[in-house]
Design a protein. Structure first.
Ligand code: SAM
Ligand code: SF4
Length: 351
């Protein structure tokens, strides 16, 4: 079997080893999805019955993942690697993958986005393997709401996971929260109070059209402006003078509050829909079945798994990755009338 041809063309691409695109950006932040499966069923992400999972034979094995990350770090200029899913903690090989990536030269920063279930048990092992930080998703601290929102009664496991991460030194421990109207939209100040009390860094994420059920509705989503108004009713926020760079979150300093290191406590809002930051995006994504995506909202993918399994060498894989990223669009275009939600839901892309 020959190596399948790569799809997008690279007309005009400069001779640059990095993952540059036509709009002057270079991707240095790699998101790797380790599985599309999950032990929760958050309503904004998955239907109650789950999804048709990717076939096992299509999933990259641990060695394949490590090889692709190595190519990204050594040949393509990636400096930051984040593991996500689905739920990455349910992948048995996670500590070994983390250890192998942490041993790369130059060593990338290594983080994990997780729902926190099982983190209390795993945090120390992951820290010892080389993980630097975690982001834990928590949308409500009310047990009944949590059960309704995630369709599982696991709030206590998530809270224990957060505490375990802080104890193991996976800091700063960040919390990601999505607010949904009439579900948890009144909870912004309570979530911030909770985060400040425990020394976690809270970031709200605007809900995006990436749910498998295609139920997202622009007119009913909770906007960054609404979140900030709700927070300001209880807290005084000052714009964070620190350089934002490619970071998606706009951050504010919370007056009178300090973080565990004694510095000013911060709260962030990721306004992907109402204040897109595509012009500064430095992401490249790898799905659990070995497809490169230039954007969460991309409708095209480039197959690295096929090339890898057909015997392509590292430079050929790197070349395909570069070509895939050269085709990255200027922005996600959610507000464009021609916007099409990608066929893959968030859980199968890697959020
Ligand atoms: N299972 C892990 C978790 O929940 O953190 C990792 C994968 S999850 C897809 C990554 C992040 O995407 C989570 O913080 C989750 O809240 C967020 N997310 C999922 N669906 C979303 C949507 N439709 N809009 C905005 N954020 C979403
Ligand atoms: Fe699972 Fe994360 Fe999706 Fe929730 S947001 S269903 S925890 S993948």
């Amino acid at each position: 079997m020959g190596i399948p041809p790569s799809a997008p063309v690279s007309v005009g691409r400069p001779n640059d080893d990095r993952l540059v695109d036509r709009f002057g950006r270079a991707a240095t932040d790699l998101r790797v999805s380790l599985t599309d499966r999950c032990n929760l069923r958050c309503t904004y992400c998955m239907p109650a019955e789950g999804l048709a999972w990717l076939p096992q034979r299509n999933l990259l094995d641990d060695e394949e993942i490590i090889r692709l990350v190595r190519i990204a770090v050594r040949r393509l200029g990636v400096t930051e690697v984040r593991f996500t899913g689905g739920e990455p903690l349910i992948r048995p090989g996670l500590p070994a993958i983390v250890a192998a990536v942490a041993a790369l030269e130059p060593r990338p920063t290594l983080s994990l986005t997780t729902n926190g279930i099982g983190l209390a048990r795993m945090a120390r092992t992951l820290r010892d393997a080389g993980l630097d930080r975690v982001n834990v998703s928590l949308d409500t601290i009310d047990r009944e709401r949590f059960t309704r929102l995630t369709r599982r009664d696991r709030l206590d496991d998530v809270l224990a996971g957060l505490a375990g991460a802080a104890e193991a030194g996976l800091t700063p421990v960040k919390i990601n929260s999505v607010l949904m109207r009439d579900v948890n939209s009144d909870e912004a100040p309570a979530l911030l109070r909770f985060a400040l009390a425990h020394g976690y860094q809270l970031r709200f994420i605007e809900q995006m059209p990436l749910d498998a059920q295609h139920a997202w509705d622009r007119s009913s989503m909770i906007t960054a402006e609404e979140i900030l108004t709700a927070l300001r009713a209880e807290f005084t926020l000052h714009p964070d003078p620190a350089e934002r760079g490619g970071a998606p979150a706009e951050t504010w300093l919370v007056e009178g509050a300090t973080d565990p290191s004694g510095g000013p406590a911060k709260v962030g809002v990721i306004a992907s829909v109402t204040r897109p930051f595509c012009g500064d995006c430095d992401r490249t994504r790898l799905t659990a079945d070995g497809q490169v995506r230039a954007c969460l909202f991309a409708t095209e993918e480039s197959d690295l798994r096929g090339a890898l399994r057909a015997g392509a060498d590292d430079e050929e894989i790197a070349r395909r990755w570069r070509v895939a990223m050269w085709g990255k669009r200027a922005g996600h275009g959610i507000d464009d009338p021609s916007f099409l939600q990608p066929a893959r839901p968030m859980s199968a892309i890697g959020g």
